[in-house]
Design a protein around this ligand. Sequence first.
Ligand SMILES: Cc1cc2nc3c(=O)[nH]c(=O)nc-3n(C[C@H](O)[C@H](O)[C@H](O)COP(=O)(O)OP(=O)(O)OC[C@H]3O[C@@H](n4cnc5c(N)ncnc54)[C@H](O)[C@@H]3O)c2cc1C
Ligand SMILES: NC(=O)c1ccc[n+]([C@@H]2O[C@H](COP(=O)([O-])OP(=O)(O)OC[C@H]3O[C@@H](n4cnc5c(N)ncnc54)[C@H](O)[C@@H]3O)[C@@H](O)[C@H]2O)c1
Length: 479
Amino acid sequence: MPGRHDLVVVGGGTAGIIAATTAARLGARVVLVERDRPGGDCLWTGCVPSKSLIAAANTAHRMRTSAAFGITPVEPRIDFAAVMAHVHGAIARIEPADSPDALAAAGVRVVTGTGVFTGPDEIRVEGERLRFRHAIIATGSSPAVPPIPGLADTDPLTSDTVWDLTELPARLIVLGGGPIGCELGQAFARLGSDVTIIEAADRLLPKEEPRAGDALSAALTADGVRVLTSTTVTTATGNADGTTLSVSGPGSASTLSADRVLAATGRRPSTGKLGVEAAGVRLDERGHVAVDAKLRTTNRAVHAAGDVTGTLPFTHVAGIHGSIAATNALLVPTRSLDHEKIPWITFTDPEIAHVGLTEDQARQRHGDSVRVRLLEHDRLDRAITEHATRGFTHVVLDSNHRVLGATIAAPRAGEMIAELTLVITRRGRLRDLASIVHAYPAWTDSVWNTAVAEANTALQNPPLRQITRALLRLRRLRP
Ligand SMILES: Cc1cc2nc3c(=O)[nH]c(=O)nc-3n(C[C@H](O)[C@H](O)[C@H](O)COP(=O)(O)OP(=O)(O)OC[C@H]3O[C@@H](n4cnc5c(N)ncnc54)[C@H](O)[C@@H]3O)c2cc1C
Ligand SMILES: NC(=O)c1ccc[n+]([C@@H]2O[C@H](COP(=O)([O-])OP(=O)(O)OC[C@H]3O[C@@H](n4cnc5c(N)ncnc54)[C@H](O)[C@@H]3O)[C@@H](O)[C@H]2O)c1
């Protein structure tokens, strides 16, 4: 039909940009609709600013904690405005790759405005009517401030607004001990804020192995952060001196005051005013766009990608979703993603990296045959050389010695998880890694050590022992 676009993508974050550029590369006529500026959460308010802030905070931390290396520690003078200039400088250096000019050069027409479905094959953007053969919803998510009485009136910070701070809050309460709360809580503490993290669950990072939350709690406490788990906030009041929260935790109720509160208690999908009903696109009970394994929605002409699908809210997932949705829509719908083989990293110190099933999930699915190979890093040479021995490598195995999941806590855990991801993706055994030589003393030595331990255990099984002993006896017969 004339005037119809091959593909209209709504939302110009990672998922939308990758979907649109993939489609353009295939030769499609593609329009990207973005209400704000392309780049999305990752570039403007998520990964890029948070990792930049963490880099500054960790530099300050190393200055304070150098004594163990024989270097006189110093208390750094934090110029918060300069720290924020560094954060915004990193955004500015990365932004051109996602800019409207870069997208136009890639063959994508960018339309600025809010996209609303007005039919099963039509989207309106500020009066412009865009008819499509295919559409991809990639509208992402936004911070969800918890419905605590009085909290909204105290103007809590969120991961959207924290980057506009011009002064370091002297006292900061972080609501939520998930990835955002832990990453930003530790960073602000290392930059000099007096930080309290309040987490409703009984440990930090409740989606991770319990020992990950414990390791992080110990590290945060060493940084001077007050970690309150199993604790909830009942009311909030604000005045010129800041915010006061009534909290209820183990054993007692009390009040806590701070200059600012950062709400890091999860996110909600951006589907509210999208007009999905007009397009025949079903939302799930939490408001995410319901998709099948091939990212198809209930309207066969519409796919969805990234945070808005409620699968795994990470940039690397959004990117691969964008690519899958574009090729499935425009070519043949053959691609899908196994979300159980996706790694993720919480960029605290130590980093917490994870892939696959936790031990608990593995036991629920595979029963008592599940085994764990654990290496505490106080036995890892590299960790000892760096005074970073609080971490661990925790690998979950099935009865066939295959790797089901892994969690690593270490300064370079994010890099270390890659080879275990490869093993899980290939449905491999941990001991297969034993024969692959790892350079000493890289941090990946910990993964290799667990693999070698597996191989050594395999050598102890009775048939193999009989063979090796028989061979030894034969060798002894030779003169
Ligand atoms: C503080 C923080 C740190 C993070 N750190 C990491 C990390 O280290 N690693 C990692 O993998 N992930 C991290 N994430 C998560 C990551 O940022 C998200 O998973 C990712 O950005 C999601 O991409 P997306 O394209 O699905 O959505 P988004 O990036 O949210 O993009 C959606 C876009 O759609 C636009 N939009 C919405 N509705 C409409 C509409 N109706 N019309 C037009 N446009 C619309 C929005 O303006 C936005 O630009 C972090 C998140 C936060 C908040
Ligand atoms: N390094 C990374 O990849 C990275 C970093 C930051 C964020 N992210 C992504 O962004 C998503 C959102 O992060 P998040 O940390 O906001 O969400 P989250 O859902 O992962 O964690 C929120 C935490 O807040 C707690 N909580 C909820 N309500 C509470 C309340 N009223 N009081 C106290 N605690 C409460 C929850 O128990 C949970 O532990 C994450 O799921 C993550 O995938 C990724």
